[in-house]
Design a protein around this ligand. Structure first.
Ligand SMILES: CC(C)(COP(=O)(O)OP(=O)(O)OC[C@H]1O[C@@H](n2cnc3c(N)ncnc32)[C@H](O)[C@@H]1OP(=O)(O)O)[C@@H](O)C(=O)NCCC(=O)NCCS
Length: 264
């Protein structure tokens, strides 16, 4: 059954989402063989979304709690009432992974990134938020990468070709997931209230992972904010993350900046 069919057969008219039906497969197989059902979610799924958010919070420590901007039920309602949607992976009846998707338009222009000039028509933009894989299903299951890939594809079908996400700078796993999906760090942002540093990553539906040789990449420690800023300012492209499981440095990998072209 397609996502479109599911929407029309399972959603009561009064709870139907304002967002367009996403082009999604029926299933996604995790790397450990768990076969998940894929479903576009709407207002009716808010209780499950809240349960998954709580599972994330319960497992998080004070540092990692900030990886998600935790939402209230009213925030989820506002997302769905404002043309947004969500992609869910279910193991049986249990929601095990989700991406919340903002899709701004003329009548609901909010991007959540108002302080950045995206310089692109709103109806080309899509922002992934609240990406959560249930703690028992994380780290190598491929569910996070799977969600990102399905989000990219579904947005491409809708003509939304400027895709964004915000990632806390210490969240190497999320950064790795987006960079391997072909996204790039396009800005470093600092929240004036809590001074947390965040990467803005940007991609397109057809963005692909960098597959070139790794030896000529320049690397910056994830904590070296000024080094990373300098790399971005000089036009270098972020293409990957190398994490040391033994507690050593986690580094962002950059392609060297292209040589300036002579002016003819
Ligand atoms: C970030 C998150 C969504 C990633 O989902 P996931 O299912 O754990 O990640 P995946 O299994 O898809 O792995 C993504 C990549 O990271 C790598 N990875 C994941 N865990 C890893 C680990 N412990 N060590 C090394 N690499 C790891 C995977 O190998 C994969 O790389 P690949 O593309 O080369 O195969 C998930 O960890 C999560 O929910 N974290 C808490 C909430 C959060 O931070 N959300 C993101 C907010 S921006």
């Amino acid at each position: 059954m397609t996502a479109t069919a599911l929407m029309t057969t399972t959603m009561a008219p009064e709870s139907a989402s304002l967002s367009p039906a996403l082009d999604l497969p029926d299933t996604f197989e995790a790397k450990n063989g768990v076969m998940c059902t894929v479903r576009q979610m709407g207002r009716d799924d808010i209780p499950q979304i809240a349960v998954l958010q709580k599972a994330f919070l319960d497992a998080a420590d004070p540092k990692t709690k900030g990886y998600i901007l935790c939402k209230e039920v009213t925030d989820f309602e506002a997302l769905f009432d404002g043309g947004g949607t969500a992609i869910g992976f279910f193991d049986g009846d249990k929601l095990v992974a989700q991406t919340l998707v903002r899709m701004p338009a003329a009548d609901h222009p909010g991007t959540g990134l108002e302080y950045i000039d995206l310089n692109v028509p709103k109806d080309h933009v899509s922002i992934a938020q609240g990406v959560i894989v249930h703690p028992e299903y994380q780290s190598g299951s491929g569910l996070g990468s799977g969600l990102t890939s399905l989000w990219k594809g579904a947005m491409g079908t809708l003509g939304r070709d400027r895709l964004y996400a915000k990632i806390e700078v210490t969240n190497w796993k999320s950064l790795l997931m987006f960079l391997h999906a072909g996204f790039q760090i396009s800005a470093l942002l600092r929240n004036d209230t809590d001074r947390r540093q965040t990467f803005l990553v940007e991609g397109t539906p057809w963005a692909a992972r960098h597959n070139g040789p790794a030896e000529n990449l320049e690397t910056y420690d994830l904590t070296d904010i000024s080094g990373i800023k300098g790399a971005l300012a000089s036009g270098m492209r972020s293409v990957g993350v190398r994490h040391d499981p033994d507690g050593g440095a986690t580094v962002v990998q950059f392609l060297p900046a292209p040589d300036p072209q002579p002016v003819s």
